[in-house]
Structures are given as structure tokens and as C-alpha cells.
Ligand binder design. Structure first.
Ligand code: UDP
Length: 416
């Protein structure tokens, strides 16, 4: 039997296209996770097809990422950007397109790994029809998200039901942190299998240059004090907390201070409103001269920014994992983060970074000042952070853990 016959898997990410540029519109951690997991598994010998919804007629339908890994864009709804809360309407069409593709290409997958609840539903249908195991990663749990929302969207009840179905019926759920597992048990269901396998990062990509070099590439003065945020412009990312904390920092009026807020789209795209809101707060606090919005940061430039920063801030209201934190840690740059979800797992408070209560402007200001005022502490935490990522959060290590789980489930199915 050839390799494809025994080691072909489908990763399904209906709304998070693994082949697009990260940072714009809704593209973030899920896109990175699917792409990195796919490529790492392909390096370990698996044939990986990553299925997503075609969101533009200009995009190629198949994108190859090396010998054994590709993105396949299926037709499900109009070929244009659709916000994720509206995509579920096209779930059934996605299932049909998947089955048609499989028949047309004469392919057999031995396992499906689904991402986010919409793909989870698609996976439950395919699992039943094809009698193959399904693994699911939530990336975000409605039950956690809706706890802090005043208005639950119309799709909310459907999402909660499907998240519960996934936990109870999929063959295994991957929690990316022990905190996420705890939330699944306390808020979703006591039934179903859960394994904790974290997200990872490419440890060879970061820590290759020092702060001075990073700054010289980016035109940042050597003596600057640089605070860095990178991520989607979404209210739950807590960028407001960061900006207001800078407004309270003892460095606020120092000319050396630079606040860099990276990520986000062009004006007029779906996350533009949050960016405008943040820009207005920057003006309100008179921080315009010190604040920079470089927009989406490319893969090539991202390591330069992390290296150039004194501190990276992850002020999210909630994170099931939080890739930015481990990327910064891999770069040897300490993180000040909210004391929530997966950030409590990746960051050991006082050893590899500092934690502050979510939305607590004063606590963030104190933690940021602590690091800006003490370069020795900054260096120690940065070095410890790098070590922790090397030991626990490399993509290769993550892919090995996933591989073991896949093999176990495939074998169980074969002997049933
Ligand atoms: N990212 C990027 N460029 C940008 C904005 C974000 O490469 O301009 C990447 C970032 O480096 C990280 C991911 O997008 O890998 C965001 O993942 P995270 O888990 O922090 O947040 P999520 O988007 O899942 O909420």
C-alpha cells in the first residue's frame, strides 16, 4: 500500500483560509494553526489536504505548499468575503462540495481534523457518511465568548448546540490549553474525549536577530522604548486597555516611548471600525506622536518587530491559546498579558512574562512600567520565555503529538 493510501488526512477550516495573508479582516490564529499543523504533518510524511471556502473568484482553487500539503478551496456560497457569523448557511453546500471533490479526485481520507464550530458541524456530517474519525479544535468557544457579551447573536443558540454535539460525538477534541479543557468541561459537556495539545510556533523563525539589528531594519532609534501589539482589530483583543495603560504609564511623556499597534486591514474592510475607535482613543489621550499603525505585518517582517520591541502586550479579554504570546516569547521579548485562558498556561507570571487582570488599565500600566524601568528583569524574563517555548511549543513537537493521536484513532477505527 502506498503512503497516500494510509496517511492521507483532511484538515477542514471553512472560514479560516490557511493560504491567505494573515492579519487582515478575520484572518488570524486559526489560519496560522491550520497551515502550520498541515505543513508540519506533511514534513512528517502525511498527505494533507486543507479545505476551506472559496471567498473570492480571483483566488486559485488549489494552492500547493510543498510536496504533500495543499489548500483546496471549495464552493460554498458566493465567492466573496462573508463574515463568519453568516457562513453556517453554506455548511451543507460545503459538505457536498467536499464529497464531490473526493469522488472526482478518487481520494480517501483516513481522518478529518476540523477547526471552529462551523467546520465542526461539517465534520460531524462527513464523519457519519464516510465512517472515519473526526478530531476537532474549537479555537473559540461560544459558551466562553457569550459570558461577557451583552447581546448574543442570532446564530448563538445554533453555535452552542453544535459545540456541544462536537464535544459529545467527535472522536476527540483538542484543547490547546488546560484552561480551555476546563471551560469545555464546566460550560459545554461532561461527555466526550479531550486531549490537551498546545499550539506551536516556528522556533527557527524567531530569535535570529537582536534588538539593535531589528530596530535598524525598521528605522527605530536605538534608545527608544518600544511597546508592541500585533493581532486582529477586534474589541475582544483589548487594544483599548493597552492604549489607556500607555496613557497612565510613567513613560507617557517621554519622547523615547513608541507604541506600535500592528495588524488590521485597509480602511473600509470589516475590522476598520475597531481600528477607527482605537485611533480616536489615541487622539483623546494625546498619544498620536508616539503611536504607529503599520497595518498588516508580513511573515518576513514580524520577527524584526518582535526583536525590536522591549515589551509585547497581549491585552485580550479572553484567549483559548494566544499565538502572539509564544511568538514574542520565542523572540526573547517578554510579554505582558491578560491573566486569562491559554495565556495563563503559556506565560509563567514573573518568570517568563507578566500577567495582569483583563481590562485592568492600571495593572497593565504598572506591569509595562516594571519592564521598561528594569532592563535586567526584561532580559531575564525574555531568556526564560525563549527556553519555555523551545521546550513546549515548537510546531514539530505539536505535530508529533497530533500524529500519535491520529494514528491511535485511525487504528481504532480500522479494528472496529
Ligand atoms: N498576524 C500576522 N500579521 C498581522 C497580524 C497577525 O502575522 O498583521 C498573526 C500573528 O503573528 C499570529 C496570528 O496572526 O500568528 C494571531 O493569532 P492569535 O492566536 O494571537 O490570535 P487570533 O487571531 O487567533 O485571535
Amino acid at each position: 500500500m502506498n503512503d497516500r493510501a494510509t496517511r492521507a488526512i483532511a484538515l477542514i477550516s471553512v472560514h479560516g483560509d490557511p493560504a491567505v495573508e494573515i492579519g487582515r479582516e478575520e484572518a488570524g490564529g486559526q489560519n496560522v494553526y491550520v497551515r502550520q499543523v498541515g505543513e508540519a504533518l506533511a514534513r512528517q510524511g502525511w498527505h494533507v489536504d486543507m479545505f476551506t471556502r472559496a471567498s473570492s473568484s480571483q483566488q486559485p482553487k488549489i494552492v500547493e505548499h510543498g510536496d504533500r500539503c495543499r489548500t483546496v478551496r471549495l464552493t460554498a456560497g458566493p465567492e466573496k468575503f462573508i463574515p463568519r457569523q453568516d457562513i453556517f448557511d453554506y455548511g451543507a453546500q460545503f459538505v457536498n462540495s467536499f464529497l464531490e471533490f473526493q469522488t472526482r479526485e478518487k481520494l480517501n481520507y483516513f481522518l478529518i481534523h476540523t477547526n471552529y464550530w462551523i467546520s465542526g458541524w461539517v465534520g460531524l456530517q462527513l464523519r457519519q457518511q464516510l465512517a472515519i474519525p473526526q478530531i476537532h479544535t474549537y479555537h473559540s468557544l461560544g459558551a466562553v465568548k457569550y459570558q461577557t457579551e451583552t447581546e448574543i447573536p442570532k446564530i448563538g443558540a445554533t453555535r452552542l448546540k453544535i459545540e456541544r454535539d462536537c464535544l459529545e460525538r467527535a472522536d476527540c477534541i483538542i484543547a490547546t490549553s488546560p484552561q480551555e479543557k476546563e471551560h469545555m468541561r464546566s460550560l459545554v459537556s461532561q461527555l466526550g474525549n479531550i486531549e490537551v495539545i498546545p499550539c506551536g510556533t516556528d522556533i527557527r523563525r524567531f530569535y535570529t536577530i537582536g534588538q539593535t539589528e531589528g530596530r535598524s531594519h525598521l528605522g527605530i532609534p536605538k534608545n527608544a522604548k518600544v511597546i508592541f501589539y500585533i493581532g486582529r482589530f477586534d474589541r475582544r483583543k483589548g487594544i483599548e486597555t493597552l492604549v489607556r495603560a500607555i496613557g497612565k504609564s510613567s513613560w507617557k511623556d517621554d519622547d523615547r516611548l513608541q507604541l506600535i499597534i500592528g495588524g488590521g486591514s485597509r480602511p473600509g474592510e470589516s475590522d476598520g471600525l475597531e481600528r477607527e475607535r482605537i485611533e480616536a482613543i489615541v487622539v483623546e489621550l494625546k498619544l498620536e506622536a508616539k503611536t504607529f499603525f503599520p497595518g498588516r505585518i508580513s511573515d518576513l517582517e514580524l520577527p524584526l518587530y518582535y526583536a525590536a520591541a522591549d515589551v509585547c502586550v497581549v491585552p485580550s479579554h479572553y484567549e483559548p491559546f494566544g499565538l502572539v504570546a509564544i511568538e514574542s516569547m520565542a523572540s526573547g521579548t517578554p510579554v505582558v498579558a491578560s491573566n486569562v485562558g491559554g495565556l495563563q498556561y503559556t506565560i509563567v507570571d514573573g518568570e517568563t512574562g507578566l500577567l495582569a487582570p483583563a481590562k485592568d488599565v492600571r495593572a497593565f500600566a504598572i506591569a509595562i512600567d516594571r519592564l521598561l524601568n528594569n532592563s535586567k528583569l526584561r532580559d531575564t524574563l525574555g531568556k526564560n520565555a525563549r527556553k519555555r517555548v523551545e521546550e513546549k511549543f515548537s510546531w514539530e513537537g505539536v505535530a508529533t503529538q497530533l500524529e500519535q493521536l491520529y494514528l491511535k484513532l485511525i487504528n481504532q477505527t480500522a479494528f472496529n
